[in-house]
Design a binder for this molecule. Structure first.
Ligand code: PLP
Length: 230
């Protein structure tokens, strides 16, 4: 089942890339395995997936030990500063950096571990009350401040678009994130800004790819519905 789901997602990635004249090599799929048991994550691994997204520190710590060492964990959920130290040496990127304060702690822990941590700044593009993420108007100064911190690399920007029936409704938000990223490049805030975009989920990843997503984060489309009560 998971193998077929992954095939389907890869076909859709190809369609969206063809439609927007992009190379499939430029779009990276992160399988969002939050709430999913290790057996299913291993099934996805067998089917070729190496990048997995989790939104809770505790889940990363539990699953980390049970997966092969070439598994690449991405932190995609809200991260408390006091928990950074537990995952700093276990994740390949943190997609959910929503404050300068958090970036400072990541930098400090990265220095301690002698690594450079790739991060994405999470932007609340649609200005939803319920969502984490910086406001668009905070981004430029945040990028400036964060780019001065040691051992941190700003890979780009990330957003969680609203839940909508019709994915076309989210095209505007993906386009805004893309434009914001282009603005950032034009500002030329040293070479620490990577200009990658982490955007698009099960419901809207094809539209996100058409608007320039480099990383898409797909959970339900690979693992099926989540059961939050197990
Ligand atoms: C859960 C989650 C996803 C995946 O959502 P699906 O709709 O299941 O694909 C992607 N990004 C973030 C930040 C998430 O929390």
């Amino acid at each position: 089942m998971i193998k077929e789901n992954i095939q389907k997602v890869n076909e859709n990635i190809k369609k969206a890339c063809d439609a927007s004249k992009r190379s499939i090599n430029d779009v990276k799929l992160i399988a969002v395995s939050k709430t999913q048991p290790v057996e299913l994550i291993k099934e996805a691994y067998q089917a070729g997936i190496r990048d997995f997204g989790e939104n809770k520190v505790q889940e990363i710590l539990e699953k980390y030990e049970h997966m092969p060492s070439d598994t690449r964990w991405h932190m995609i959920g809200h991260l408390q500063t006091n928990k950074v130290k537990y995952i700093i040496d276990k994740v390949v990127a943190i997609h959910s950096v929503d404050s300068l304060k958090l970036a400072r702690v990541i930098s400090k822990e990265a220095v301690k571990n002698n690594i450079v941590m790739p991060i994405f700044l999470e932007i609340n593009v649609a200005e939803e009350e319920s969502k984490f993420g910086m406001d668009i108007k905070e981004v430029i100064s945040a990028v400036k401040d964060i780019s001065e911190l040691p051992n941190i690399k700003i890979e780009g920007l990330m957003t969680v678009a609203p839940y909508v029936e019709n994915p076309e409704e989210n095209r505007q938000y993906f386009a805004i994130l893309k434009q914001l990223s282009v603005d950032m490049i034009n500002k030329n805030i040293d070479n620490k800004y990577g200009a990658l975009l982490s955007m698009g989920m099960t419901n809207d990843y094809m539209v996100a790819i058409e608007e320039g997503a480099d990383y898409i984060r797909v959970g339900t489309g690979i693992f099926g519905n989540r059961n939050y009560f197990v």
